[in-house]
Design a protein around this ligand. Sequence first.
Ligand code: 8BR
Ligand code: ZN
Ligand code: ZN
Length: 379
Amino acid sequence: GNLPKFGVEVEDEDAMSLMVSQINTWNFDLFKFAVISKDHPLVSMAYVILQSERNLLRSYNVDPPTFIKYMFVIEANYHKTNPYHNATHGADVMQSCHVLLGYSVVEQVFTDLEVFAALFASAIHDVDHPGLSNQFLSNTSNELAILYNDHAVLENHHLATAFKFLQEDELNWASGMDDKQRQLFRKMVIDLVLATDMSKHLSLLADIKTTVESSKVAHNGKLVLESYNERMLVLQGIVHSCDISSATKALPIYKAWTERIIEEFYQQGDRERDLGLNLSPMCDRQNPSIEKSQVGFIDFIVLPLWETLGELMFPYCQEMLSQLNENRMYYFSRIPESPRCSITDEPEERNNLISSSEKRKNLRATKVDDCSDLSSIDE
Ligand code: 8BR
Ligand code: ZN
Ligand code: ZN
């Protein structure tokens, strides 16, 4: 057929080719890609990765025009009005996942179907995200919270949305797969997207650590994942790590994503204010705490996860870990001084630490300095 080379028609083919040649790099510029793909970053990302880079459509008997049509529908169901949870984020997570799955430590571990499932899950993992948190949806008795009984409300909805479109004949790109493959693919995609629910972060991390330790002991430091459950756990870890990978990217990229998530938080805060609800953390535009919350996000969420992934994939994630450390220092040094009590300013070098436990101590030190924490003692 006469399908466009990149899945979508572009004006500047050379610029697109140049970008595609960088698709295996960690600091790939998604914002530029969104412009060059003429605002179809997810359709073109999915097509370039699955068709041109990995040949997975051919492997699973997927009709390319049907797949492209399906991805256009998925992309259209990401909200353009969301500053963060839009199709560019979906494309970002997919591209990040593609990079990690290209590293030779994991290349031999996963089957083609598992890789396909992880990349597809990344692409659809936030489709039809309303720009509001699970907590907000539950608190406001949103129809999605009622439908899913407050459990992984958004993640269930992203999955149901993506699979609903496969029910339409003209969008069903999976009809050429055999039944066994299709069932397993569906099961894996469900397991992967449900694991992007932040409320499962700690238990997922604990389970991955256990798997990494036991597989290391069993196989002399070489990563061997024998059971489906072990491979799935690591794959869930990879997709989830890519979902929260912005802090491991070059600072300008990280800052751009941070601005977007914060603006989305503020828009939720505006609604909460209008509804007379308590404002959720980080959602009050009249009381910003961006720097401090990013340091907390890194120390308690991103770094522990990426340290574990770094062990698992050693030495392939070392550049991400050192970038994470650099980005943390950037935000740490910009935490605004508390207005009334500024006794214990820490010198910058003290933050240049490597282990996350040290950083947690460090963060506690900043918390003690915070006036809002002390004011209750004063009174
Ligand atoms: P989702 O993309 O599935 O929503 O998961 C990422 C979550 O991590 C965000 O919704 C947000 O709660 C949190 N987060 C924070 Br806090 N800072 C972030 C950042 N700079 N980039 C990405 N996610 C961030
Ligand atoms: Zn999500
Ligand atoms: Zn996401």
